[in-house]
Design a protein around this ligand. Structure first.
Ligand SMILES: [Fe+2]
Length: 326
């Protein structure tokens, strides 16, 4: 299936993904997982919410955890280039009949919440409380030494609709996997910030969050994390990896938080800022697509994900057969 031509002058300027808001059932368990074990820094804490940032980040938060009765995903958030881009976003969504409204978010300026055509809640803002740099305070580093949030990956039940919508917002395709008959796309990776992706889509019951990812300094930090998790009560939270992806060429590990939200630990993809950067095509039956070393992913990786709050997933339009570990 052809991928759409890039939109190099989009209606408003998204510069990167920024943060994720998740509902969790036990804030203390989540704090132990994200802060004490994984190594994120707590930037604010209330009875109902926990705000976290990674070591390179100057913005107040890259993860917001909110106490709730069920572990669901509540918003995927993106930073835009200026306040004026928020007004352009509002005008664009209004013109396209995309549901949107202004919302209040702690530690942020004006924030526009929209619902994409498949039902994913996305938020856009420019201003966030800025914090002092800590990237050279090595005494604070622990866990996997997370440097920054890197990307979101979501299940979509309609790949063409998802890719078409974000393509119009200026997200550019870097890699894609075609179905066996080469008529449809099974997965697509799209970026704004100049890496392999800010946002990726995988065919499946959707919309759902598949995972979000943190960039870490080296593959060795991932090995250290595995040793840590395996000996501190988190063995069953390890889902897939470590390995090197074919797609993105990144070194990876997938883990699950106490509510089952999937997190990828991610290291080293490549630069994609050229406006004429050529996307890379993969075949669904190529085992090196998932893992360059050939190991297939487990069934859970293809089937399980976090629902978005109040959004019922639909059956995917595309039924396909990725290689799954026996
Ligand atoms: Fe990923």
């Amino acid at each position: 299936m052809p991928i759409p031509a890039p939109v190099l002058y989009p209606p408003f300027n998204v510069i990167r993904l920024s943060h994720i808001t998740l509902a969790v059932t036990d804030l203390a368990a989540s704090r132990a997982f994200y802060a004490d074990m994984l190594g994120l820094q707590v930037t604010d804490e209330t009875d109902g919410a926990l705000y976290l940032r990674a070591m390179e980040e100057r913005g107040h938060h890259c993860v917001v955890l909110e106490k709730a009765d069920a572990g669901v995903a509540r918003a995927l958030s993106f930073k835009v280039f200026s306040e004026a881009d928020l007004d352009k976003a509002k005008a664009y969504f209004d013109g396209e009949n995309i549901r949107n409204h202004w919302v209040e978010r702690p530690f942020q300026g004006r924030t526009l919440r929209a619902v994409d055509p498949l039902g994913m809640p996305v938020e856009f803002y420019f201003e966030m409380v800025r914090l002092p740099s800590i990237h050279q305070q090595y005494g604070l580093y622990h866990g996997v030494k997370p440097l920054r949030i890197d990307h979101f990956n979501c299940f979509s039940d309609d790949m063409e609709a998802s890719v078409g919508f974000y393509n119009e917002l200026g997200f550019r395709v870097t890699e894609y996997t075609e179905s066996e008959d080469r008529t449809r796309n099974w997965a697509v990776w799209m970026h704004r910030k100049g890496g392999v992706h800010d946002l990726a889509f995988t065919s499946g019951a959707g919309p759902r969050l598949h995972h979000f990812a943190f960039w870490v300094p080296t593959p060795l930090n991932i090995i250290d994390l595995l040793d840590l998790m395996a000996t501190t009560g988190y063995l069953s939270n390890i889902e897939r990896g470590p390995g090197r992806h074919g797609i993105s060429n990144a070194f990876f590990l997938y883990i699950r938080d106490p509510d089952g939200h999937r997190i990828e630990i991610y290291c080293s993809d490549y630069m994609t800022v050229d406006p004429d950067h050529e996307p890379i095509r993969w075949d669904l039956r190529d085992p090196q697509r998932q893992t360059l070393w050939g190991a297939p992913a487990p069934r859970s990786w293809f089937e399980e994900g976090s629902v978005f709050d109040g959004v019922a997933p639909r059956k995917p339009k595309l039924e396909a057969s990725p290689i799954i570990a026996p």
